[in-house]
Design a protein around this ligand. Structure first.
Ligand code: SF4
Length: 351
């Protein structure tokens, strides 16, 4: 069944800290939070009557939901719970900070039918967390994830790449520690320099330099492969495109691309396929499913041009689609040999 999200934005609501990189108003393009009446209306607009063709899920994003006063949390959750009881939606999810999870809060979320909680962890390196002015520790993230798991919530972790003070060593440390938190799924976002943030000031003062898009794609690919390798799905790489990010004046600098997720997948595919092309002494044929063709070719055929260059002096390289090849794998014929390799290990969505 197709998964469909009903987004409910609460920009910066509940946030006890202003993280250096964050400006939810600029990211989401929304300046006001939803009210209980809005929630009822929005859910009705998406799903006026029960629709069993999709897995509808109401999702509270953009703030620190569990840092809101109990009364406000209840007000916001009530209309979503009603839609859940009526069978119009199947689940409720929300995102919050790791230092705002307690047994009492989880009891409240359970009462209102919340199934999934996403923690904005961003990094597990204490120095990086400090520089980002997150106001919580890596231990907070560990404890919050453990408490959520003990209480049977589905746990998502959000990580950022390119935070001030983060290098490869720090990112690999975060990746290693992140697996130990046993999340059900991951989201990976690049750090962008947005107008109206402390990072924007640091950028203008020359004390912060964002990573380039190529580096962001490479780092995201590393993270995705790492988590996939440990059986953890990565459900998003890159920020949701918005008019504000695409054409507005909010984005000062940073590795933004509306197709970053695809670029990451194409990077991984190239990383897997390249050694076999290097190994070939003669012509090569790559067979893939129709869905994977763009992963093999790369954006603007960049990967394919790269393969053709590698093949110079060895013969031709061709790509053929076949329904016999499983999605996520390719078969590479070279000489009288062939090999089947995985180009996408991403496990299915958590639902
Ligand atoms: S990153 Fe999260 S906690 Fe920090 S200001 Fe933004 S919404 Fe609030």
């Amino acid at each position: 069944m197709k998964h469909a999200i009903i987004p409910l934005f609460i920009p910066h609501w509940g946030c006890p800290h202003q993280c250096v990189f964050c400006n939810q108003v600029r990211i989401t393009g929304r300046s006001t939070s939803v009210t209980a009446q809005d929630i009822e209306k929005i859910i009705r607009e998406y799903v006026p009557v029960r629709d069993d063709s999709r897995y509808w899920e109401a999702a509270f994003y953009g703030g620190s939901f569990t840092a809101l006063p109990v009364k406000v949390m209840e007000e916001l959750l009530k209309p979503a719970k009603q839609a859940l009881d009526e069978g119009r939606i199947r689940a409720i999810r929300l995102s919050t900070r790791p230092d705002c999870i307690t047994p009492e809060i989880l009891r409240l979320l359970k009462r209102y039918g919340v199934k999934t909680v996403e923690l904005g962890v961003q990094s597990l390196d204490p120095q990086v967390l400090k520089k980002a002015e997150r106001g919580h520790t890596a231990e907070d993230a560990r404890q919050a994830a453990a408490l959520l798991r003990q209480n049977d919530f589905s746990v998502g972790l959000q990580f950022m790449i390119g935070l001030p003070g983060e290098d490869w060593k720090s990112m690999r440390y975060t990746a290693r520690k992140g697996v130990r938190l046993k999340p059900d799924f991951i989201r990976i976002y690049p750090v962008l320099v947005l107008e109206g943030t402390a990072l924007g000031q640091m950028y203008r003062a020359g004390t912060y330099r964002p990573i380039r898009l190529e580096e962001a794609v490479c780092k995201a690919a590393f993270m995705k492969r790492w988590y996939n390798h440990h059986g953890i799905g990565v459900i998003r790489v890159g920020l949701q495109a918005t008019d504000e990010l695409d054409t507005g004046h909010s984005l000062l600098a940073g590795p933004y691309h509306p197709a970053m997720g695809e670029m990451c997948d194409q990077y991984i595919a190239r990383h897997v396929i390249t050694p076999w092309i290097r190994r070939a002494a003669g012509p090569v044929e790559i067979v893939c499913s129709r869905r994977d063709r763009s992963k093999v070719m790369g954006r603007r055929r960049e990967s394919w041009i790269f393969y053709e260059e590698l093949m110079q002096g060895k013969g031709t390289i061709t790509c053929r689609e076949s329904a016999d090849i499983a999605v996520g794998t390719v078969r590479i014929y070279y000489g009288d040999k062939h090999v089947t390799v995985m180009i996408d290990e991403n496990v299915p969505l958590e639902n």
